[in-house]
Structures are given as structure tokens and as C-alpha cells.
Design a protein around this ligand. Structure first.
Ligand SMILES: Cc1cc2nc3c(=O)[nH]c(=O)nc-3n(C[C@H](O)[C@H](O)[C@H](O)COP(=O)(O)O)c2cc1C
Length: 186
């Protein structure tokens, strides 16, 4: 696919077919993440692939945490009350969850986070290119410490996760601001 087509066709996918994703495909996605730019070329990322029971445990940790104070926080900040719940459902349904860890670094926190974002987008775009669906997930943030502990990554920050699999839905393009609203010429 042409790059612009890939960019246009990418969607957040929240329903997945019960179909495995081959390890070579996952390797291909992470290879694309590896090529992403990063502040000072620090490449402050690590990608942990989780499936099956561990993936479901992660979803359960998120659901458990949501029962506490975070649902209030979410409602207050985002005007939502069930997004963590829906994200956890998607995580259970998707065959693959990529946990995206960022090294802790006091000096370059923002730069590093931006670089990790670039790597995540490379994964999502390549997934589209290969006929896969993906969902960039940040709802893991509320329980990032518990999830990191579960998989033995307490020394890193779980900055995001990406659900990957074959799409079982084909959503229309979600609304975007008009070009004139965001493009200014000085
Ligand atoms: C940083 C980031 C965090 C996101 N976190 C979540 C999430 O936790 N759960 C979810 O369902 N979608 C999440 N999304 C997906 C957005 O909701 C989605 O990109 C947006 O609604 C536009 O839809 P589209 O991706 O289909 O164009 C996230 C996207 C980004 C970039």
C-alpha cells in the first residue's frame, strides 16, 4: 500500500477475529518500531509481547483497578465511565498485546515519551499495511505499576500498549478537525 493509503486506512480496532498472528508478523511490526526516530537517538523503548493468560490477567488488573478511585478520576478528566472496561474487553479479545515500556530518565522524559509515540505509530501503520487491525492503548496507565510487576518489568515505565489482531469490524474514518483549523501560515 502507498504510505498515504496506509495513513488514511488506519483505524482504532476494538473487535478482533479469533485468529492467530504469526511471530514473523510480530517481528516485522517491532522491526518498524526499531526504525522510528527518538530524542538523541536514545531509543528508550522495549516491547513485550503478551498473549493468552497473561494478556487476560492484564485486562483483569485494569478492571479491578477501575473499581477503585480511577473511575472517578476518569469520569472527571475524560467525561467517560466505561472506557477502561471497554479497553479491557478489547485486550481480552485481541490475540496479541504489545506492552510498550519506556526507560525511566529524569532529564529527557518528554523527548523520550515523544520517541516512544513515534515507534508506536510505526507499529500501527505497519499493522494496517499488513492487513491487521491495531489499537493504541493508554488505559493501561492507571494500573501501570501492577502490570509491570506482573511481567517483571518494575524497572521500566509502561507507557502504552497496542492490541493487534485481524479486525472484526471496519469502522468509518473518525471525525477530524478541518485542515484550516490546524494549518496556519505565518
Ligand atoms: C495516546 C493514545 C492513547 C489511546 N488510548 C486508548 C485507550 O486506552 N483505549 C481506546 O479504546 N482507545 C485509545 N486510543 C485510540 C483513540 O481513541 C483513537 O485514536 C481516536 O478516537 C481516533 O480514532 P482512530 O484511531 O480510529 O482514527 C488512544 C490513542 C492514542 C493516540
Amino acid at each position: 500500500m502507498e504510505l498515504k493509503e496506509v495513513i488514511k486506512n488506519r483505524r482504532s480496532i476494538r473487535k478482533y477475529k479469533c485468529e492467530e498472528v504469526q511471530n514473523e508478523v510480530i517481528q516485522d511490526l517491532i522491526e518498524c518500531a526499531r526504525l522510528a526516530p527518538s530524542a538523541k537517538n536514545r531509543q528508550p523503548w522495549e516491547f513485550l509481547i503478551v498473549k493468552d493468560i497473561t494478556k487476560n490477567e492484564i485486562a483483569n488488573i485494569m478492571l479491578e483497578k477501575q473499581k477503585g478511585q480511577n473511575v472517578i478520576l476518569e469520569k472527571k478528566l475524560l467525561g467517560a465511565n466505561s472506557s477502561v472496561k471497554e479497553t479491557a474487553k478489547t485486550i481480552k479479545e485481541a490475540p496479541i498485546l504489545i506492552l510498550v515500556f519506556k526507560q525511566y530518565n529524569e532529564n529527557w522524559t518528554v523527548g523520550d515519551a515523544l520517541g516512544v509515540g513515534a515507534a508506536i505509530e510505526h507499529i500501527c501503520l505497519r499493522a494496517t499495511d499488513l492487513g491487521l487491525g491495531s489499537l493504541w492503548i493508554r488505559d493501561t496507565t492507571y494500573s501501570q505499576k501492577e502490570i509491570a510487576k506482573l511481567v517483571g518489568y518494575e524497572n521500566m515505565e509502561l507507557i502504552s500498549a497496542i492490541a493487534v489482531g485481524y479486525a472484526d469490524e471496519h469502522p468509518k474514518q473518525r471525525p477530524r478537525k478541518k485542515l484550516e483549523e490546524i494549518l496556519k501560515w505565518y
